[in-house]
Design a protein around this ligand. Structure first.
Ligand SMILES: [Ca+2]
Length: 324
């Protein structure tokens, strides 16, 4: 590269070096860049700098032809002024997890897992009014059920159903397949395995790293009851406290947790889980877990559960849904 005018009276180069820093993008040229640019210009004027072409990738600029130029030079190694590639980093931080489904049933709460994942769980047991909406929407159509439920020809409620008089009470008297179908209609799934899929009746269904209800109820395994680690018989809808009758969902305000905004994880209605022993005889007779105890039981903790056959419907078992 030749350059005309090597004296003080020759053309001036305005040289800005280095890739833009955050301050640059806000309209400020860094003082460091200006200092380096001045240094390079000085070297060039006294013939110490070999060529701009070699640094700029051969842009072909010639001295005297330009009064303003932008030249790229290799990074000078100042970590503090390291360039920011683009705005994607900020976008990722602000995005967060997606919203929980809101298509039907109770509102949901997103909760963490012990291994850094998260999922959504209904804030309450599904109510009679919400189940009634499902029945109206289905209008007797039972197609599209889970492959394990082909025997189920009705979503009807077998006892105690009064969606007007007891609208806010938990829906009970529905079998496992009815619960699965409701959750699917609501854009959710019956609470089961963290990350998706079904549990068995085995150890996985009491594993805080696998069972959605157990993980949420125990606050990731930190406690045995949703409200803490010590039993308080006055906090949830069990026999001693409830008078052996069910209550409207979330009416026991102390029966909250293991995360904020989640009610009746123990007591009031037992709750079906997607945790079945598929080796049992016949899909309708397969044993599936109910968990948490009900208004007729003495106090249970978050882990306690037992199986009922899949086609059971009775007046102490309801459910809630989860989502990923
Ligand atoms: Ca319950």
């Amino acid at each position: 590269m030749s350059h005309a005018g090597t004296g003080l009276g020759g053309p001036w180069y305005v040289v800005i070096v280095g890739r833009p820093t955050r301050a640059d993008r806000d309209g400020k040229v860094s003082q460091r860049a200006l200092r380096i640019g001045f240094l390079i210009a000085s070297w060039h004027l006294v013939g110490c700098f070999p060529s701009f072409d070699g640094l700029s990738g051969g842009s072909g600029n010639t001295a005297g032809a330009a009064t303003s130029d932008v030249v790229s030079v290799p990074d000078v190694g100042d970590a503090v002024d390291a360039p920011i590639p683009d705005d994607r980093f900020e976008a990722e931080v602000e995005a967060g997890p997606p919203a929980c489904p809101s298509g039907g049933g109770p509102s949901m709460v997103r909760v963490p897992t012990i291994d850094g994942r998260n999922y959504c769980i209904d804030s309450t047991e599904v109510t009679q009014a919400q189940y009634s909406q499902f029945l109206v929407a289905k209008n007797g159509n039972t197609s599209g059920q889970d492959a394990r439920c082909t025997w189920n020809t009705s979503f009807g409620v077998t006892c105690g159903f009064d969606p007007v008089g007891t609208a806010d009470y938990p829906i009970m008297c529905v079998d496992w397949c009815d619960a699965v179908a409701f959750c699917k209609w609501a854009g959710k799934r019956l609470c089961g395995k963290i990350g998706g899929g079904s549990l068995t009746e085995g150890a996985d269904s009491t594993d805080v790293s696998q069972d959605q209800r157990v993980s949420a109820c125990t606050h990731g395994g930190r406690q045995h009851f949703p409200y803490g680690d010590s039993e308080n018989q006055a906090f949830c809808s069990f026999g001693y406290h409830s008078g052996h009758v069910a209550a409207p969902v979330a009416s026991d305000k102390n029966c909250v947790g293991g995360y904020g905004g989640i009610y009746d994880m123990i007591g009031n209605a037992q709750e079906w889980e997607d945790a079945c022993d598929e080796t049992d005889a016949g899909p309708a007779q397969t044993g599936c877990i109910v968990r948490g105890g009900d208004y007729n039981d003495p106090t249970w903790d978050c882990y306690r559960a037992y199986p009922l056959t899949r086609n059971t419907s009775n007046d102490w078992v309801g459910f809630r849904c989860c989502a990923d």
